[in-house]
Every structure is written in structure tokens, then in C-alpha cells.
Design a protein around this ligand. Structure first.
Ligand code: AMP
Ligand code: ZN
Length: 115
């Protein structure tokens, strides 16, 4: 995906504060952190959203979930974190490349949704 922001980060065309990388997964700090720890974990392969996921994506999405705790702990959230994947218009997704937010820090993140 030529113009996708996160594909451009994967290709190194846009700088990012990378915190984890392997052949399938990249994690980098969110540019507008909502909590002291705020990392985005993405598949290197372009997948637009969870609404576009296929069975072929199961291994990489599984890897993202399994990596989350280590990334959170490394970044300063050793006692848990919140993982969020926004999907589509209703989910409030702004960047159309699947990304899992990992948010945390020393203090509890708070209620899951604003009431
Ligand atoms: P979402 O609303 O779930 O699509 O979240 C998109 C997230 O991407 C937001 O939290 C933005 O702050 C973050 N973001 C946008 N551009 C960049 C960038 N160049 N580097 C890191 N994070 C970004
Ligand atoms: Zn992309």
C-alpha cells in the first residue's frame, strides 16, 4: 500500500520511535500518547482493519497478542495494560492499517469506555 501511513513507517520512509521489530510485526510509540505508555503494534503486512482480516492473518495477529505483555513491560507498564483495536467508522479508526494500541503506565488506565 503505497500511501498508507503505517506501511510507510514499515518501509522506513517516515520516522517512528520503534520499540520492537521482527519479520512480521513492528511496534512503535504513538505520536500523541494518551498515557505514559502508549505503543502501537502493527502487522508489517498491510491489513486495512479487523473488518478486512482473513484466516491467513491469524498467525501474525496471534503474535501481536502474545508480544503485548513483553512490550508493555519493557516500556514501563509491568503490572498490566489495555490493548485496543479500533475498527472502522463505529470504532473510530483513523489510520487504515490494523494497529493494536497498548496503553498503560504505573497508574490504572481507568474505565473502559466513557459513560
Ligand atoms: P486509531 O484512531 O485507532 O486509528 O489510532 C491512530 C493512532 O495513530 C493515533 O493514536 C495517533 O496518535 C497515531 N499516529 C498517527 N500518526 C502517527 C505516526 N506518524 N507515528 C505514530 N503514531 C501515529
Ligand atoms: Zn498499510
Amino acid at each position: 500500500m503505497q500511501d498508507c501511513l503505517f506501511c510507510r513507517i514499515v518501509r522506513g520512509e517516515i520516522p517512528a520511535a520503534k520499540v520492537y521489530e521482527d519479520d512480521e510485526v513492528l511496534a512503535f510509540k504513538d505520536i500523541q500518547p494518551q498515557r505514559p505508555v502508549h505503543v502501537l503494534v502493527i502487522p508489517k503486512k498491510h491489513v486495512t482493519s479487523l473488518a478486512h482480516a482473513t484466516p491467513e492473518d491469524i498467525p501474525v495477529f496471534g503474535k501481536m497478542l502474545v508480544l503485548a505483555n513483553q512490550i508493555a513491560a519493557d516500556q514501563g507498564s509491568p503490572d498490566g495494560f489495555r490493548s485496543i483495536i479500533n475498527t472502522g467508522r463505529v470504532g473510530g479508526q483513523e489510520v487504515m492499517h490494523v494497529h493494536m494500541h497498548i496503553v498503560g503506565g504505573q497508574e490504572p488506565v481507568g474505565p473502559m469506555l466513557k459513560r
